[in-house]
Design a protein around this ligand. Structure first.
Ligand code: CTP
Length: 381
């Protein structure tokens, strides 16, 4: 149970319950576990007129965790209703807020709930996604509250990370690009964007502010310090990256940009009237090269190299040719590494020395931390 785990990890816990919550669990149980009376309404004693000061509560807390957050509570929070002690405390809180939704699967998937979650996320709250599992209704699917251990891990993660990159602005490109042939067809590649997004999360965990320029992927950033610009093709990715490059302290080019784009983009869908079709492709701009070419001495720029042969030589060449400070080498010869996998195996090469740092096969989140730690070390923050 969440309250017990929080107490065990050394937190002081004040429980606020909504009216609906009281029908699921007795306030006395939570009062016993937390060692403090549970607060449920604006006024704790109607006779004496003692009220529960929500402003003081909002200022006292280092973290506000709304768990489980029902569809109703999410909706009330999203539109700023202040009709019970929980919602007024939410509006008064100056601390980070974590929201762990829990509801039936159709309610969870409903576009209104998803929109509310999105709105809460963009307002700077941390959303701890519901998990798959058997639900109270007997249905199976997404909607179960994240395990209490997961929620506590999110909090620990936040509070344990030194904000070593506080105040730093970071530009990250991620995902593939799609180059249109006609209105319904395009040239692209199998990049999932997972590596770039994991880097954005890891950088944001260290306090950096991220501009993530993302090609089309099925991912959503979790951390409120990540601002995403969605783009489709290489040209758009270049333009969006150009806007943010000079204001960035660090840039990481993790996107798998299509090297070529069709020279002619047909306005209408191509008909299969001929037995052969030749597409003429022209080179796309090299975003990493163009921007790293303008790098100031106070900026640190990293790129990726995806190689299938002579990996180290090719990576060294790219490091120099693109004027990068660091290159992350992915070899497609490593089992479990690269596009489409949740894991990756990388080597890091640097401009300032000949050292090659080699890492084991890990999940992409862990790889992201290895890369971020190297950047922190190299930028001497
Ligand atoms: N990159 C970029 N814009 C491009 C092509 C690549 O910004 N048009 C960046 C990638 O994000 C990556 C690095 O350049 O950081 C290397 O990409 P990679 O595809 O490995 O190398 P290329 O330069 O495209 O060379 P090649 O495909 O010939 O290996």
């Amino acid at each position: 149970m969440l309250v017990r785990l929080l107490i065990k990890s050394g937190a002081e816990v004040q429980v606020i319950m909504t009216e609906a919550a009281k029908t699921f669990i007795a306030p006395l149980t939570l009062a016993t576990l937390s060692g403090k009376p549970v607060l449920t309404s604006f006024v704790s004693d109607v006779q004496s007129g003692t009220w529960n000061n929500h402003v003081a509560l909002g200022l006292w807390a280092d973290a506000l965790v709304v768990a489980p957050a029902s569809a109703n509570t999410l909706a009330r929070m999203a539109i700023g209703l202040s009709d019970d002690l929980l919602t007024v405390t939410y509006l008064s809180a100056r601390c980070p807020v974590w929201v762990a939704p829990a509801m039936d699967l159709d309610m969870y998937q409903h576009m209104t709930t998803q929109r509310n979650l999105e709105q809460l996320r963009s307002a700077g709250n941390f959303i701890i996604d519901a998990e798959q599992g058997e639900l109270a209704s007997g249905l199976y699917g997404a909607g179960r509250m994240a395990e209490p251990e997961t929620i506590v891990a999110h909090l620990n993660h936040y509070f344990q990370h030194d904000k070593l990159l506080q105040g730093k602005k970071v530009l990250i490109t991620a995902g593939p690009t799609q180059e249109a042939i006609d209105p319904v067809r395009f040239i692209s590649n199998a990049s999932s964007g997972k590596m770039g997004y994991a880097l954005a999360e890891a950088m944001a965990d260290y306090g950096a502010e991220i501009q993530l320029i993302s090609g089309p992927v099925f991912l959503k950033p979790q951390h409120p310090g990540i601002h995403v610009t969605h783009v489709v093709n290489a040209r758009e990715m270049l333009e969006a990256s150009q806007k943010h490059f000079s204001g960035s302290d660090i840039a990481i080019f993790a996107a798998a940009v299509s090297d070529y784009t069709p020279k002619t983009k047909y306005d209408q869908k191509l008909k299969k009237t001929t037995s052969e079709l030749t597409l003429v492709l022209e080179k796309n701009p090299d975003i990493a090269s163009i921007l790293a070419g303008k790098k100031r001495s106070d900026q640190f720029v990293a790129g990726f190299a995806l190689e299938t042969q002579h990996e180290l030589d090719h990576a060294q060449q790219k490091l120099k040719a693109k004027n990068l400070d660091m290159i992350v080498l992915n070899s497609l010869n490593d089992q479990g590494a690269g596009f489409g996998y949740d894991t990756n195996k990388v080597r890091l090469l640097f401009r300032d020395n000949t050292e090659v740092r080699e890492f084991a096969l890990k999940d992409k989140q862990a790889v992201a931390y290895d890369i971020v730690h190297a950047i922190i070390e190299k930028t001497h923050v």
